[in-house]
Write a protein that binds this ligand. Structure first.
Ligand SMILES: C[S@@+](CC[C@H](N)C(=O)[O-])C[C@H]1O[C@@H](n2cnc3c(N)ncnc32)[C@H](O)[C@@H]1O
Length: 267
């Protein structure tokens, strides 16, 4: 097994374990801050007036994105298929969406979409999940094949935390710390999309100011804190995260969270 293959496997196993621990804290964060719903809603706004009937939600987590997509497209009665690798996240997703029609959950690996889906989709959403897939290029190639002509791929990508100047806030506050959330640098994702010649991609930045409270709640999600302090048990990470947020907001007067949307049309 090659070094990259090895890294991919252990990264994926860690992601699954981290998200299995995250379901409850993830939903508490969302109840308070509504971040993930607003990302899914923004993705829908960016593909408007296109109104897909058959949708795939890749890395659906606790179903926040799935619920938001269904709710905003309810007039069209869409069919939404939602896939996730984490059993605990999916349990919550099934509970959240239990009263919705036309929503189907599948436990599976987003890097191998073709193993689960044979029919095509009008739209495929990666809602805050692409950066967790070491083999994101395989996933995107398969997603593109699963799209109907003129179908749409909508991706939200977490870029990190920034100062007002646009500089990386973590680098300013902690010059010696190496922090990249996830396995996928933006430049690799962009090159991959360029190589999929059937897709035409538009990028949109989404940055908003965050409070210390927001940061603490976000970084306390086990899967997030594991990115900062990978080798430490979860409960030991909490005081470190509190300290991290205090230093960050002390050294950087206004902190912004950065996301990028990549909206790709086929054909
Ligand atoms: C940050 S959450 C986003 C959840 C949801 N889309 C939302 O907007 O709330 C990322 C999700 O991607 C899932 N994920 C990570 N790697 C995966 C893989 N290889 N296959 C399927 N799901 C994966 C995680 O289990 C997690 O639930």
């Amino acid at each position: 097994m090659g070094k990259n293959e090895d890294f991919g496997r252990s990264f994926k196993a860690a992601v699954e374990k981290n998200f299995n621990q995250s379901a409850q804290v993830y939903d508490l964060f969302e109840e308070k801050h509504h971040l993930f719903e607003s990302l899914a809603r923004r993705q829908l706004e960016l593909i408007a007036p296109y109104r897909p009937d058959r949708i795939l939600d890749v890395g659906c987590g606790t179903g926040i994105s799935t619920f938001a997509l269904q709710k905003h497209l309810a007039a069209h009665s869409p069919n939404i298929y939602a896939i996730d690798i984490s059993e605990s996240m999916l349990l919550k997703a099934k509970e959240r969406c239990k009263d919705l029609h036309g929503v189907y959950f599948i436990r599976g690996d987003a890097e191998n979409l073709k193993a689960y889906f044979h029919e095509t989709f009008d739209a495929i959403f990666y809602t805050a999940s692409i950066f967790l897939l070491p083999k994101f290029a395989d996933s995107l190639r398969q997603a593109s094949q699963l799209l109907v002509p003129s179908g749409v791929l909508a991706i939200s990508y977490y870029e990190g935390l920034f100062a007002e100047s646009g500089e990386d806030a973590v680098r300013i506050a902690f010059p010696d710390m190496k922090y990249q959330y996830g396995a996928v640098p933006m430049t690799d994702l962009q090159s991959c999309l360029v190589s999929l010649r059937e897709l035409k991609t538009v990028q949109v930045d989404y940055r908003f100011e965050v409070s210390r409270d927001f940061l603490f709640d976000f970084l306390s999600i086990p899967a997030q804190s594991a990115g900062l302090y990978p080798k430490m048990p979860y409960l030991d990470r909490i005081p470190k995260i509190r300290e991290f947020c205090a230093t960050l907001t002390e050294k950087v007067s206004r902190v912004f969270m950065g996301w990028k949307f990549l909206i790709c049309k086929k054909g």
